[in-house]
Design a protein around this ligand. Structure first.
Ligand code: NDP
Ligand code: 8X3
Length: 253
């Protein structure tokens, strides 16, 4: 029987790249996100190319009932998930706290922190029943360092870092591996979402230097996921060569 990976936020960027890499490695996939058309297109493409089975979970991770209903209604075979990639996430806005938009704060906290927990609660219980599994959380360099105006996004990713460490402890007796992957800047739809569709402002984020690509992160996640049973990679920080830390970028690099 093929192994199974569940990837949240598979409609774009890092999640979509992970779907391709895990399909290439012959995993059957559960792909989730809110944009059903994109999920269906990706599933058809990967099925055609790699002949893997794919289930779609069309839900919003911020709604806990939607999360549990959509996951629990999957046929039993899909509950043998081997790898959970908690990738769905976003940033909204880049303003000082005093000017912050409270709806944006709630969106980031509800998606990046609470949504990740809702999915993990369901899937970790499947993994405990199965006696094994591996949970890989997308943190960020923003979960290690706070940068100007990053406030709530950084806080949400610091929370992911703490939750990853907490999960490692809680799941230790159950043989479930836990890893966090914490990238610097990756050129995806992330900045377009942060700046609410302003493509010009989003494009400026990566102007004059070379950011990471989604495939770089997907291959790193695959490396962590493909280690032998006795090896757990707790934490990976991965940066563009031109980016030394959250704020120091070599233009022209
Ligand atoms: P993208 O915007 O390209 O992809 C984000 C994905 O998250 C989409 O598939 C989106 O799907 C999904 N998503 C967002 N909100 C929800 C929601 N409420 N419910 C379900 N799915 C949701 O960004 P990235 O690929 O860059 O981001 C992936 C992860 O990587 C995020 O956690 C991000 O914080 C993290 N990260 C990104 C970095 C970067 O520089 N790009 C650096 C470090 C970490 P849909 O809209 O269809 O629901
Ligand atoms: C995304 C990278 O630097 O915008 O987590 O916070 S950054």
């Amino acid at each position: 029987m093929a192994k199974i990976a569940l990837i949240t936020g598979a409609t774009s960027g890092i999640g979509e790249a992970c779907a391709s890499v895990f399909a290439r490695e012959k995993y059957d996939l559960i792909l989730t996100g809110r944009r059903l058309d994109r999920l269906e297109k990706l599933a058809a493409k990967l099925y055609k190319k790699y002949n893997v089975e794919i289930a779609i979970g069309n839900f919003d991770v911020r709604h806990r009932d939607e999360v549990s209903e959509n996951l629990e209604k999957l046929p039993a075979k899909w509950k043998k998930v081997n790898i959970l990639i908690n990738n769905a996430g976003l940033s909204q806005g880049l303003d000082p706290v005093q000017d912050g938009n409270i709806d944006d704060w709630e969106n980031m906290i509800d998606t990046n922190v609470k949504g990740l927990l809702y999915v993990t609660k369901v899937v970790s219980n499947w993994m405990i029943k199965n006696g094994s599994g591996h949970i890989i959380n997308l943190g960020s360099i923003a979960g290690k360092e706070v940068y100007v105006n990053g406030n709530v996004y950084c806080a949400s990713k610091f929370a992911v870092d703490a939750l990853t460490k907490g999960m490692r402890l809680d799941f230790l007796p159950h043989g479930i591996k836990v890893t966090s992957v914490q990238p610097g800047a990756v050129e995806t739809e992330f900045s377009e979402v942060r700046f609410k569709g302003d493509k010009e402002r989003a494009g400026k984020t990566y102007e004059g230097w070379e950011p990471l690509q989604a495939e770089d992160i997907a291959e790193t996640i695959w490396f962590a996921a493909s280690r032998p049973k006795h090896v757990n990679i707790n934490d990976i920080i991965i940066m563009p060569t031109a980016q030394a830390n959250a704020t120091t970028i070599l233009k022209g690099g």
